[in-house]
Design a protein around this ligand. Structure first.
Ligand code: GH3
Ligand code: MG
Ligand code: MG
Ligand code: MG
Length: 302
C-alpha cells in the first residue's frame, strides 16, 4: 500500500474537482511580474484559472468584483499594503468559508507565518518552495473551500429544483426583514400526475414550475416549501393579486413537454399582504390556499 497518492490519483482528483467546480479561480498577488508569471505557470499545470494583481489595492478591487475566486496566493513585501495587511482587509468581506488565503514569503522572520495566519490566512509557504509542497497546499486549501461552499449550497437549496429551501426562506426574512406580501402556491391534484405518469414525470413538472417561478419572480424571491408547495415573496407594496393571477393563467395555459409526452397542470394560490409579521402572512396565505382548493382549485384567493 502506498502512503502518498500517486500522480494518477492526483490527476483523477484534479479532474473531479474541475468537473464539479469549473469556475474556481486563483488570484496571485505579487509586486514582481516574474514571480507572478512563475506561480501562474505552476497553477496552470494544475488547470486553475489564474488572475494577477501587482499590489494589495488591485487585489482588493478584483476580489470585490469577482466572487468566483477561491484562493489568494499573496506575497508579503510589496509597495503600499503588505501581504499580512492585505489578509486582514480581505477578511473584512470574504470569510474563510468562501475563500482561502496562502501567504508566501522569503523572509527569515520566524514569526512571519504566525502573522499571516493571525491576519486571516489559512496557510503559509516559505520561498523558495518545492513544487510538490506548493501543489499539495494549493489543492488542500481549494478543496477545503469548495467543500464548504458545496455544503453551504446544499443547506440552502432544494436539490431537485435548486430553488431556495424553507430554511433559506426564513434566513432571507431574517436578513431582509418583513416582506409586504407573500403567496403560497400548490399544484392541483399533483398526486394524480405521479400516479398516472410516474414519479420522474412529477419531478419534471416540479422543475418546470420552479424555472417559471425563477424567471417570473426572481430566484431570491421564491422557495420550495414542501413537496409541491412553493412560496413567493412580493417585496413591493401594491396589490399582489393580479401578479399571481397572471402567473396562474400562464401555468394553466402552458403545455409542458415531459419524457411521457405533453402534460398540463394547474395551481391553487393563497395570497396575504400587509400584516405585522411573517408568521401571520404565512398563516393567512395558507388559509387562502385552503379556500382556493375548497372553491374548486385553479384559482387565486386573497
Ligand atoms: P391537492 O390538489 O389537494 O393539492 O392534491 P395533491 O394531490 O396535489 O396533494 P397531496 O398533498 O395529496 O399530494 C402531494 C403529492 O406530492 C404527494 C407526493 O407524493 C408528491 N410529492 C411530494 N414531493 C415530491 C417530489 O419531490 N417529487 C414528486 N414526483 N412528487 C412529490
Ligand atoms: Mg515582493
Ligand atoms: Mg397539491
Ligand atoms: Mg400540497
Amino acid at each position: 500500500p502506498k502512503e502518498n497518492p500517486s500522480a494518477y490519483e492526483y490527476t483523477l482528483r484534479m479532474l473531479r474537482r474541475i468537473e464539479h467546480n469549473p469556475g474556481s479561480r486563483v488570484l496571485v498577488v505579487d509586486d514582481s511580474s516574474a514571480i507572478r508569471g512563475y506561480l501562474k505557470q505552476l497553477l496552470r499545470r494544475q488547470l486553475y484559472e489564474v488572475v494577477e494583481a501587482a499590489n494589495g489595492d488591485a487585489a482588493l478591487a478584483i476580489l470585490s468584483a469577482d466572487s468566483s475566486i477561491r484562493l489568494v496566493l499573496t506575497d508579503h513585501d510589496m509597495p503600499g499594503m503588505n501581504g499580512v495587511r492585505l489578509c486582514s482587509e480581505i477578511r473584512r468581506f470574504r470569510k474563510s468559508e468562501e475563500l482561502a488565503i496562502i501567504g508566501i514569503s522569503s523572509s527569515q522572520d520566524p514569526s512571519m507565518s504566525a502573522r499571516f495566519i493571525k491576519a486571516g490566512a489559512d496557510d503559509f509557504l516559505t520561498k523558495p518552495f518545492n513544487h510538490e509542497e506548493f501543489f499539495c497546499r494549493v489543492t488542500r486549501n481549494i478543496e477545503y473551500v469548495e467543500n464548504l461552499c458545496a455544503l453551504a449550497r446544499a443547506a440552502r437549496e432544494d436539490m431537485l429544483t435548486n430553488l431556495p429551501n424553507r430554511r433559506s426562506f426564513f434566513e432571507r426574512i431574517q436578513r431582509q426583514g418583513q416582506p409586504y406580501a407573500l403567496a403560497m402556491l400548490d399544484i392541483d391534484h399533483f398526486k394524480r400526475i405521479n400516479d398516472n405518469y410516474g414519479h420522474d414525470v412529477g419531478d419534471q413538472a416540479l422543475c418546470w414550475l420552479a424555472e417559471l417561478l425563477r424567471e417570473t419572480f426572481g430566484q431570491e424571491n421564491t422557495a420550495r416549501f414542501g413537496g409541491e408547495e412553493f412560496v413567493v415573496v412580493l417585496p413591493d407594496a401594491g396589490d399582489p393579486w393580479p401578479l399571481l393571477e397572471a402567473f396562474r393563467q400562464r401555468v394553466a395555459a402552458a403545455v409542458l413537454a415531459t419524457s411521457h409526452g405533453e402534460l398540463q397542470l394547474t395551481l391553487s394560490i393563497g395570497v396575504a399582504a400587509n400584516l405585522p409579521d411573517v408568521s401571520q402572512l404565512l398563516k393567512k396565505a395558507d388559509a387562502q390556499l385552503y379556500q382556493a382548493k375548497q372553491a374548486g382549485r385553479n384559482r387565486v384567493c386573497s
